[in-house]
Design a protein around this ligand. Structure first.
Ligand code: HEC
Length: 168
């Protein structure tokens, strides 16, 4: 008589298969996933941003009638990266996801106030000086990456006085 069975019982315990979730959470796999995701978003984001022309500097149209070169210099230092057509795009502005944030800031900033397209949009002088006085502008995250854009109290006052005299 046959004693063979279909289930070979070797006696060895079959190791439980780790769940997909658990294996993804292994440090090595997490690192690989993170690197792959990082590479993927560069490949997708870089051409989209450059094709859309979001990081370009259009030809400046008209500037305010600056009262003094010093006023313009202060505005260039603290505001022009987001509020002009002369944005300096640093290397990290090419690297996603930082590029998304930086590009967004410049698009939104130019839309509100563009010193290179003066007269195109109505901008309230009071609103501009208030943004400086209150410390809302330049933004905190910008100052983190651009400590040179931080104005002393005296420079703030100089910029406020200069803007009041220049913007009409
Ligand atoms: C990092 C980019 C960045 C810099 C640098 C910057 N701004 Fe802005 N600014 C923005 C963005 C983005 C907005 C739109 C945000 C919003 O609608 O709240 C804005 C809005 C404004 C507005 C519209 C009113 C308001 O308060 O929202 C004024 C006025 C302004 N900025 C003035 C300035 C001045 C003056 C400087 C320089 C002293 C400056 N900004 C520097 C990004 C910037």
């Amino acid at each position: 008589m046959s004693t063979s069975t279909n289930s070979p019982r070797s006696g060895r315990a079959v190791p439980a298969r780790p769940s997909l979730f658990r294996s993804i959470l292994r440090p090595r796999n997490l690192a690989i996933t993170a690197i792959a995701l990082f590479a993927l978003i560069q490949v997708v984001s870089f051409p989209v941003i450059s094709m859309a022309g979001w990081q370009t500097n259009p030809n400046p149209l008209a500037e305010p009638a600056w009262d003094k070169p010093e006023t313009r210099a202060l505005a260039v230092r603290a505001c022009y990266d987001c509020h002009s057509d002369e944005t300096v795009w640093p290397w990290y502005s090419q690297v996603a996801p930082v590029s998304w944030l930086v590009t967004r800031h410049v698009i939104d900033g130019r839309r509100k106030l563009n010193f290179s397209e003066w007269g195109v949009r109505g901008v309230e002088v009071n609103e501009v000086t208030r943004a400086v006085r209150s410390g809302k502008m330049p933004t905190k995250d910008f100052l983190l990456m651009h400590p040179e854009a931080k104005l002393t109290d005296a420079e703030k006052q100089q910029l406020i006085d200069g803007l009041s005299a220049s913007l009409r």
